[in-house]
Design a protein around this ligand. Structure first.
Ligand SMILES: [Zn+2]
Length: 361
């Protein structure tokens, strides 16, 4: 995250151990490449006169050398922690906090955490941040630890970070939207509420779509099959995406659109009417009617005899994340578009995880 050393720190007392120890923690976070530090010339000069460790001094000297290139900071999308001499935790806005330096006395400055529904999701989001960084030609690094929640566990994990201050948590829950209507999932609503009421910096969001596979760019999913041939199911899925991206946003990406699942929707519900229109749009009415006359026997959720639009399988995310982690963000960025939801989410995560390069020791 972007950490700003406020100019009130020019009044730090050399003999105040709480202040000096807190300052050491902040400087170590920059030195170790965990957060991005900035300030103004006057403040950095003043801090250099304090009795600090070699590591603290090295971080400040590097900062002094780099400040002239920080004129563009903060970005409009930046998340900012401003470190001040005195005061309480304050959430200034949804993206800005002030914290007094003594909070970090004898404590490690917490790292940025990306909390997803599971570890694969979290790793994919961290890659999205690097891809968005490359796509937007940003030069700062980013660094985060992935963490896994899952259903109500996600809110419990987030709350734990808020209560213990042992991580700066960016929490992303699945949209779980099955149609472009409906409200936020209870878990998302709970995470957003925790972020708004907790006394520690965090951010919670979902995305417009069902699960992460629905928002990963299809070109990347396609690339991830190599060197194996692209399966027929994917060709069908992609053809639908080309004429109707909305369907791909809300479909069950893993198992597709199935007759038996439609039967479970209330016929008067907006989601039923959404999918009924899609069946007509994609020329599936005859097949749907056929199922109505002789319903398929579906024993469990793995049924396949009732498929109207194929899914792309349960292994997609694992394969895609491995593909992401094997390739450079520059290469991956060539297959995403600037205005896409994937890049929009990625740029937010980038700003949450923005970091200095680690100093070599
Ligand atoms: Zn079925």
């Amino acid at each position: 995250m972007l950490v700003i050393l406020d100019n009130s720190l020019t009044a730090l007392t050399p003999t105040n151990q709480a202040e000096i120890s807190g300052l050491e923690s902040v400087l170590a976070a920059s030195y170790n490449g965990e957060h991005f530090l900035t300030t103004d010339f006057k403040t950095v000069r003043s801090l250099l006169s304090l009795p600090l460790s070699l590591r603290g001094k090295a971080a400040l000297q590097r900062l002094r050398g780099n400040i002239s290139r920080h004129g563009h900071l903060p970005y409009a999308e930046s998340f900012v922690i401003r470190i001040v001499k005195e005061g309480e935790y304050v959430r200034v806005s949804a993206r800005t906090w002030t914290l007094p330096i003594s909070i970090f006395k004898n404590k490690t400055f917490p790292q940025s955490v990306v909390l997803g529904e599971n570890l694969l999701d979290a790793r994919a989001y961290i890659s999205a941040a690097s891809q968005a960084r490359a796509k937007n030609r940003l030069t700062e690094s980013c660094r985060a630890l992935p963490d896994a929640g899952g259903g109500s566990q996600t809110a419990i994990k987030l709350e734990n970070y808020l209560n213990h201050g042992n991580g700066l948590c960016f929490c992303i829950t699945d949209g779980d939207y099955v149609a472009p209507v409906g409200s936020k999932s209870p878990v998302t609503a709970q995470c957003v509420s925790l972020t708004n009421t907790g006394a520690w910096p965090s951010f919670a969001t979902d995305f417009d779509g069902r699960s992460i596979e629905n928002i990963i760019p299809l070109a990347q999913i396609e690339d991830s099959y190599a060197p194996l041939p692209i399966p027929e199911n994917f060709h069908t899925y992609k053809k639908i995406a080309e004429t109707d991206p909305e369907t791909i946003k809300y479909i069950d990406a893993k198992s597709g659109l199935k007759y038996c699942n439609l039967q479970k929707m209330k016929p008067t519900s907006p989601k039923h009417s959404f999918w009924s229109q899609k069946i007509v749009k994609h020329g599936l009415q005859a097949r749907f009617d056929q199922f109505s006359h002789s319903p398929p026997t579906c024993k469990d959720e793995n049924c396949t005899g009732c498929t109207l639009i194929p899914g792309i399988g349960a292994n997609t995310l694992k394969r895609v994340v491995e593909y992401f982690e094997k390739n450079t963000s520059q290469k991956l960025a060539q297959r995403v578009s600037l205005g896409s939801q994937w890049v929009g989410l990625g740029i937010n995560i980038f700003h949450w995880t923005m970091a200095d390069k680690p100093e070599l020791t």
